[in-house]
Design a binder for this molecule. Structure first.
Ligand code: KIV
Length: 267
C-alpha cells in the first residue's frame, strides 16, 4: 500500500513514482495489478467521461461517486481526488467537501491555485486532510488563462511558481502537481520543496509523473498534447493489453524513459 510516507521516502532516494487518472472500478483493479503508485480521480472526468469541454461543470457529487468506485477496487495506490471548480472558495466549503471526498475513499484532496490557498491548506491539515496543490496550468482557470497554454515561461513567472510552491508547502501541503511548464521550471520547483511533486508536461525531473488514463491509452479526441505518449500501441507492449499499458507506463516512469525529450517543453 502506497502512503505519503512511501512517496516522501521515494523522493529522498530519488526513486520515481507513477500516477494515472482513474474513474471506475475495473480500471482501478487493473492499475492495482500494474502496481501504479498513485491514482488521481481527476475532474478531467468532466471531459473524458461526461463529454464537457472543460472541468468546470463537474460537481462534488460527481467526484464522490467516481472516488468511491475507484477506492473500492484498489488497495495498492495512494488515492487523490479533485475538489472541483468553486467547491473550496470558503473554508467551510473546503472542509465539508473534503470530508465527502475522504469519506468516499480519498487519502488526499487536490486543489488548484497558488499561495492564496495557504489558509485552506493549513486548515485542512489541522483537521486531518492532506492536500495536494495543483500549480502551473490549472484547468479550472481555463477562462482566466484564455486556453490551455504553457505556464512559467518567463523568469518572473517561473519564480512566482517556485514562491507559490514554497508557500503552500510551508502552509502544510503534502504534495504538489505541476502541469505544463518548461522542464527546467519543473526541476526548480521539485528541488525547492521537500514534498513529492507530480508532473504532467513538466519535464523529467519531477518526483512522479501523471497522465490522464484515456490519453495514455490513445483514446483521444482532437489535438494530442506533446507530453502524451500512447502506451497501448507502444511496441514494447507486446500483448497490447490495457493492463500491460499501465505496467509499461509504471516501468517507463521508474526507469526514466518517460517523459522522453519529445514529450517535454525544453524552452
Ligand atoms: O483532473 C485531472 O485529470 C488532473 C490531471 C491533469 C493532473 O488534474
Amino acid at each position: 500500500m502506497t502512503t505519503l510516507s512511501t512517496l516522501r521516502k521515494y523522493k529522498k532516494e530519488g526513486k520515481k513514482f507513477s500516477c494515472l487518472t482513474c474513474y471506475d472500478a475495473m480500471f482501478a483493479r487493473m492499475m492495482e495489478n500494474a502496481k501504479i503508485d498513485t491514482i488521481l480521480i481527476g475532474d478531467s472526468l468532466g471531459m473524458v467521461v461526461q463529454g464537457h469541454d472543460s472541468t468546470i461543470p463537474v460537481t462534488v457529487d460527481d467526484m464522490v461517486y467516481h472516488t468511491s468506485n475507484v477506492a473500492r477496487s484498489n488497495d495498492h495506490a495512494l488515492i487523490l481526488a479533485d475538489l472541483p471548480f468553486m467547491s473550496y472558495t470558503t473554508l467551510e466549503d473546503a472542509i465539508v467537501n473534503s470530508r465527502r471526498l475522504m469519506q468516499a475513499g480519498a487519502h488526499v484532496v487536490k486543489l488548484e491555485g497558488g499561495a492564496e490557498l495557504c489558509e485552506i491548506v493549513s486548515t485542512l491539515a489541522k483537521v486531518g486532510t492532506p492536500t495536494c496543490v495543483h500549480l502551473g496550468l490549472t484547468p479550472q482557470s481555463v477562462n482566466v488563462f484564455g486556453g490551455y497554454t504553457i505556464q512559467g515561461k518567463t523568469e518572473d513567472k517561473a519564480q512566482k511558481l517556485i514562491d507559490d510552491a514554497k508557500a503552500v508547502v510551508e502552509a502544510g501541503a503534502a504534495m504538489l502537481v505541476l502541469e505544463v511548464v518548461p522542464s527546467d521550471v519543473g526541476k526548480r520547483v521539485t528541488e525547492a520543496v521537500d514534498v513529492p511533486v507530480i508532473g504532467i508536461g513538466a519535464g523529467a525531473d519531477t518526483d512522479g509523473q501523471v497522465l490522464v488514463m484515456h490519453d495514455m491509452l490513445g483514446v483521444t479526441h482532437g489535438r494530442v498534447a506533446r507530453f502524451v505518449h500512447d502506451f497501448l500501441s507502444d511496441e514494447r507492449n507486446q500483448s497490447r493489453s490495457v493492463e500491460a499499458a499501465f505496467a509499461l507506463f509504471h516501468q517507463a516512469v521508474q526507469e526514466g524513459s518517460y517523459p522522453s525529450v519529445e514529450n517535454q517543453f525544453l524552452i
